[in-house]
Design a protein around this ligand. Structure first.
Ligand code: HEM
Length: 420
């Protein structure tokens, strides 16, 4: 076992230039130090496919209980919790459910939400997802140009999940604000003012959804929020409100930003690769393969936290107990050891589906089937109704938001022609 290699000229993984364009950084680390300790923060960055695959399957050592550390440590979490009433108008104490829990608790929560994400429920949503995609496209079909992120990629998954969580369309703008609050917290880069603002937004979200949960408790519908309120397996107690809110919070963030990013990245990749665009427009049966290649290339959940529960070794490098680690799914998905010529966008790639964009092991994304459906229907709608896609050079060039965990465009102004 040895210490992590030192890469003297390597910029901080949190620096604005790396956040804006992380791909060179991913490649350098993957090649030179697949397990790399950032000297400034002490965080271990895990970048090769093999190392990510090993760590993600070893949940006994690489724990998901990172919520406390990100909220500012034990003291900050205790202070936040003690300042909050247990139940009430002001807020609910934070609880670790799926993403920030380990088995066996995490498994219990997952089994309770399994019905909400079953194949039956996702298939039942099919017509509605298609209808929403078409309604959104109707809104700009005659304009010849559109800012795709705000008019299509974001509202598609947002409307699907909002309907499933019992929220009316007029409240969609609130979902966006709350998502920003959660992202601020999850990114681990917020200063004190940022933490406070995130807390405020999270409480606003809690008050709103506590009311929706109560509505569904007394008046169940055929939707995900009703499944969650009434979830109970094999004599288990039902979820309490704080647990349900924690789950809804994850669905909101995980379900919106990631899928929206994947749709925008897909159109971007097709515009950059006109031969692939032509191929999929001529042979729309290839759209499911397109979806896998987009997920591999974009890896919208680019990175995710872990905490080493004990001193361990990965790729020959010692990781001391208590270390914060970051799994770099996006770097692993461009590892040439698994994906030859990894930076080439190729919708005929045989093993694209082996990507780690949805993670793997106990935390593997439960929303994968829903995200895939939204992507398939989103691409089908755009590609069947429009062609001549190109960047709108009269608008500011698209940029990615500087978030260390979630990779995605802030905006993407494009031009297109309606197909005859
Ligand atoms: C393209 C879209 C998506 C991507 C790339 C994505 C990616 C991921 C990844 C990588 C993980 C594993 C995190 C880890 O190992 O710690 C995860 C977990 C999760 N995802 Fe997704 N996701 C997407 C869409 C969705 C959707 C649509 C939903 C639900 C509406 C969702 C809900 C969740 C939840 C609840 C977890 C936590 C599961 C657990 O820890 O047991 N995701 N997602």
């Amino acid at each position: 076992m040895s210490a992590s290699p030192v890469l003297p000229d390597e910029p901080s993984p949190f620096s604005p230039e790396v956040l804006a364009d992380p791909w060179h950084h991913y490649r350098r680390l993957r090649e030179q130090a697949p397990v790399y300790r950032d000297p400034l923060t002490g965080i271990y960055f895990i970048s090769s496919y093999r190392a990510v695959d090993e760590a993600v399957k070893n949940w006994e050592v690489f724990s998901n209980r990172f919520g406390v550390a990100l909220a500012g440590g034990e003291e900050a979490t205790a202070a936040a919790a003690s300042g909050m009433p247990d139940v009430g108008d002001e807020g609910y104490p934070p609880v670790d459910t799926m993403l920030t829990a380990d088995p066996p608790e995490q498994k219990r929560f997952r089994s309770l939400i399994a019905k909400a994400f079953s194949a039956r429920r996702v298939n039942a949503l099919s017509d509605r997802v298609k209808a929403i995609a078409n309604e959104l496209a109707d809104g700009f079909a005659n304009d010849g140009h559109v800012e795709l992120v705000s008019r299509f990629s974001q509202p598609l998954p947002l409307t699907v999940i909002a309907e499933q969580l019992g929220a009316p369309a007029k409240d969609l703008h609130l979902f966006r604000q709350w998502t920003d609050g959660f992202l601020m917290q999850l990114g681990g880069m917020a200063d004190e003012a940022g933490h406070k603002e995130a807390q405020r937004l999270i409480r606003e979200f809690q008050v709103y959804f506590a009311a929706r949960l109560e509505e569904r408790r007394t008046d169940p519908h055929d939707d995900i929020i009703s499944d969650i309120v009434h979830a109970k397996v094999d004599g288990e107690r039902p979820l309490n409100v704080a647990e349900m809110l924690s789950i809804l919070q994850q669905l909101l963030v995980a379900g919106n930003e990631t899928t929206a990013s994947a749709i925008s990245e897909g159109i971007w990749l097709l515009m950059q690769n006109p031969d692939q665009l032509e191929l999929v427009q001529q042979e729309p049966d290839r759209i499911p393969k397109l979806v896998e290649e987009v997920l591999r290339m974009a890896s919208p959940t680019a990175n995710m936290w872990r905490v080493a529960k004990e001193t361990t070794e990965l790729e020959g490098v010692e990781i001391p107990a208590g270390s914060m680690c970051m799994l770099r799914f996006a770097a692993a998905d461009r590892d040439p050891a698994v994906f030859p010529d990894p930076d080439r966008f190729d919708i005929t790639r045989e093993n694209a589906h082996e990507h780690l964009a949805f993670g793997l092991g106990v935390h593997v994304c439960p929303g994968g089937p829903l995200a895939r459906k939204e992507m398939v229907n989103g691409f089908e709608t755009l590609l069947s109704r429009f062609d001549g896609f190109e960047l709108d050079s009269t608008a500011p060039a698209p940029t990615h938001r500087p978030n260390v965990l979630l990779w995605g465009f802030d905006s993407m102004p494009i031009k297109f022609r309606a197909r005859a």
